[in-house]
Design a protein around this ligand. Structure first.
Ligand code: NAD
Ligand code: UFG
Length: 379
């Protein structure tokens, strides 16, 4: 049988010998891995930061991305940041998870040890306006991915879920075993995909799946070379603030000033994207070192809540720019306060966030001032 035969499962041909203790994850940054990882959506905001971290840790990485919400320049910058000795470990494929031919090309070329699955559409408002697009892209894309992973004997996945699956939590902090609820079609795709992943793993216990529920990812790599670059008017708070700071937008609309919080604005758990990327490395370590992890969910947050107005103040301090604000009615569907319980990730992944609001704003501003128009040239 050829070493690339899809019939031969990866676990039959390779064994992973990383010894693992949960608390080693944070201390283990010098332990290199040569495992090969497929990163779907790797040209995007969280993907680029995670790919850079993977390369720095010695992993071999292939990206598949259809560039729907990203540009190839971002991948080139990751290569530059990784340096000449590491960048040879990165393959980039323009491809769409909804297209099985694209998946066949990628899977038949490289044997992957695990997949980190970021690819998906993520704009809540757009998902309400175009639910079929979201179900088609996020659900069909992921089902195809599961099909090809099964075909090629790669049964280890880290999946990008979201704190959105907690809906309007009745109590905070959000704990992983809370009852889940979706507030919009985007949230429902995450909820459905979590359930699908659980069913697939239950039917075939060889699967090892980690569902990572991100809270609010912000900030950028400290180099200021990669960062978030949304198309059009940003939906999320930090990219919006950033565009006000560089003069692309005149004023920040603060959605809600009558919430029962200390300053009346809503509270979220902002997490530095570099911490988030680290969380994926910790998840991979667990996946490679433990046989029977099943399908398990972890929050990736800091456990600290920050209000919109506190975030504005922190960004003003970091940037030295005044951010004009307009107090507006609440945004429909928004919760008052959401933040993570971080205990499970700390205990079982040996991961916790290192950075606070100050570093998040510092690095986001560094990215913004060096790239006021993101990856695009000034129009
Ligand atoms: P992003 O849009 O920057 O990255 C997603 C990438 O996936 C993009 O590069 C896009 O081109 C690609 N993509 C989309 N559909 C594809 C398809 N069918 N085939 C191939 N590529 C496709 O988003 P991000 O912020 O990096 O988010 C990554 C993941 O994390 C998403 O699944 C998102 O839902 C999830 N998430 C993000 C946040 C957040 O606030 N950023 C919060 C929670 C969860
Ligand atoms: N906000 C403003 N003005 C803006 C944008 C946002 O006041 O221009 C407020 C919102 O009302 C909210 C807070 O800032 O109170 C954070 O809003 P974001 O849109 O940045 O983030 P959300 O918490 O609403 O949602 C984000 C992603 C979801 C994801 C969730 C949890 O958009 O996809 O984090 O990870 F599910």
């Amino acid at each position: 049988m050829s070493p690339f035969s899809p019939l031969l499962s990866w676990s039959q041909t390779h064994s992973t010998t990383l010894t693992h203790h949960p608390l080693m994850a944070l201390e283990n940054h010098h332990q290199e891995s040569s495992n090969s990882i497929l990163v779907t959506g790797g040209a995007g905001f969280i993907g680029t930061h995670t790919v850079l971290q993977l390369l720095n840790e010695g992993y071999r990485v292939s990206i598949i991305d259809n560039l729907d919400n990203s540009v190839e320049d971002a991948v080139d910058r990751v290569r530059d940041l990784a340096g000449s000795s590491r960048s040879g470990n990165l393959q980039f494929h323009v491809g769409d998870l909804r297209n099985k031919e694209d998946l066949e090309k990628v899977f038949s070329r490289t044997r992957f040890d695990a997949v980190i699955h970021f690819a998906g559409l993520k704009a809540v408002g757009e998902s309400v306006a175009k639910p079929s697009l979201y179900y088609n892209n996020n659900l069909i894309g992921t089902l195809n991915l599961f099909e090809f992973m099964t075909k090629y004997g790669c049964k280890k996945m880290v999946f990008s879920s979201s704190a959105t699956v907690y809906g309007q939590p009745e109590t905070i902090p959000c704990v992983e075993d809370f009852q889940l609820m979706a507030m919009n079609p985007y949230g429902r795709t995450k909820l459905f995909l979590e359930e699908i992943a659980r069913d697939i793993q239950k039917a075939d216990p060889e699967w090892r799946i980690i569902l990572l529920r991100y809270f609010n990812p912000v900030g950028a790599d400290m180099s200021g070379q990669i960062g978030e670059d949304p198309k059009g008017i940003p939906n999320n708070l930090m990219p919006y603030i950033q565009q006000v700071a560089v003069g692309r937008l005149p004023v920040l609309n603060v959605f809600g000033y009558d919430y029962p919080t200390k300053d009346g604005s809503a509270i979220r758990d902002y997490i530095h994207v570099v911490d988030l990327a680290d969380g994926h490395i910790a998840a991979l370590r667990k996946i490679f070192s433990k046989d029977h992890i099943g399908c398990v969910a972890y929050n990736l947050g800091t456990g600290r809540g920050t209000s919109v107005l506190e975030m504005v103040a922190a960004f003003e301090k970091a940037s030295g720019k005044k951010i004009p604000v307009k107090l507006c009615p609440r945004r429909p569907g928004d919760a008052t306060a959401v933040y993570a319980s971080t205990e499970k990730a700390k205990k079982e992944l040996g991961w916790k966030a290192k950075y606070g609001i100050e570093e998040m704003c510092r690095d986001q501003w560094n990215w913004a001032r060096k790239n006021p128009w993101g990856y695009r040239p000034q129009p």
